[in-house]
Design a protein around this ligand. Structure first.
Ligand code: ASP
Length: 351
């Protein structure tokens, strides 16, 4: 494609920043594996495939259309199925994003990622990336070898979003299934469907239609360039565990978490973060030992509020609209700065 055609195309798509004299925006793709890089034995195999099998260059070569919108280059960070995500990979990703984004020649970053823990990585980066430049996570629900694989179009859309000046300052985003979701509010809601990512309380930040990014909302909470968290010198994060409330619950898991050295526990309570009385006695003992205990909810949407005054008096905090896995990430980061429960509640109210 000639530069002139590229300019016309870019103008039609609203990339007003690009002129004939300027180069295309530079987008780095950091690859971590997942189904988007997954391979199966046949085109109809949609489960039980090998996630993270293909390297980043194979994914880039499969979507040559990206080159019409951005100067794209890839870097393989890890090759994992994201159910195996670790704190050390999260730290590596945050540190690499910050290094790359400090380079004036880099306009944005795309991270290819498995969908299982994508929401956790996105939220972690939303709190630790120190830049207004777009960072977009992308995955797929069908492996690269599948009939109607969703990865290639998702990747193209992610690169276009990372190169789009409209996306600057919006925090970390997820581009999948023609939808732009914000890192804080999004969760995986379906085990196999391509429309799995939803933001149950906030709604999506925008949609992708006719090849254009159409923003509908702004993220409401502090993120990226406004965040107080700095992981540049960390090589580990505080241990925070998640427990799950259920009928006939007891304190066994809480005691085990404390014994394992948890500095924090997030409780996926029933309803509005309710806790079984047999679990509660364990929580009270954990709090007395200095463990920070945050009530969240197993429900899947809604805000976990202050509920029984007794739970607050016992020292339990509440997660607000963060689900347990997001609350765990925020609590880990909060614990890198303070152990004071009142300060940590303030952090939950702000982020
Ligand atoms: N298990 C896969 C992963 O999270 C699933 C996916 O990518 O959709 O890596």
């Amino acid at each position: 494609m000639s530069t002139f055609t590229k300019t016309l195309l870019a103008a039609a798509l609203g990339f007003s920043m690009i002129t004939a004299a300027q180069a295309l925006p530079s987008v780095k793709i950091l690859a971590t594996g997942g189904t988007i890089a997954g391979t199966a034995a046949s085109a109809t195999q949609m489960t039980g495939y090998k996630a993270g099998d293909l390297g980043i260059q194979v994914l880039i070569n499969a979507v040559p259309q990206m080159k019409d919108f951005a100067d794209v280059s890839g870097e393989q960070i890890v090759k994992i199925s994201s159910n195996n995500m670790t704190d050390s990979v999260l730290l590596k990703l945050a540190q690499r994003c910050n290094e790359l984004l400090a380079d004036p020649k880099v306009n944005g970053i795309v991270i290819t990622h498995g969908t299982d823990t994508l929401e956790e990585t996105a939220f972690f980066l939303n709190l630790t990336v120190k830049s207004k430049k777009p960072v977009v996570l992308v995955g797929a629900m069908r492996p690269a070898t599948a009939i109607s694989a969703d990865g290639p179009l998702n990747l193209l859309n992610a690169v276009k979003l990372a190169a789009d000046p409209q996306a600057v300052g919006k925090g970390v985003m997820i581009a999948m299934n023609d939808t732009i979701n914000g890192a804080r509010d999004t969760t995986k809601t379906n085990t196999t469907n391509v429309g799995t990512f939803r933001s149950p309380d906030a709604g999506p930040l925008g949609v992708i239609a006719a090849g254009k990014n159409i923003f509908l909302h702004e993220p409401a909470r502090r993120h990226t360039f406004e965040s107080q968290f700095d992981v540049s010198k960390l090589d580990a994060l505080p241990r925070v565990d998640i427990g799950y409330s259920h009928a006939n619950g007891d304190r066994v898991a809480i005691d085990a978490f404390v014994k394992a050295g948890a500095q924090g526990i997030v409780w996926a309570g029933t309803g509005n973060g309710s806790i079984h009385e047999n679990e509660e006695v364990g929580a009270v003992d954990a709090i007395k030992k200095g463990v920070v205990f945050v009530r969240s909810s197993r429900v899947g949407s809604g805000v976990t509020t202050l509920s029984l005054q007794r739970w607050a008096d016992e020292g339990m905090l509440q997660s607000g609209a963060l689900n347990p896995q997001k609350a765990r990430i925020l609590l880990q980061l909060a614990l890198t700065q303070t152990k004071d429960p009142a300060e940590i509640q303030k952090i939950f109210d702000e982020y």
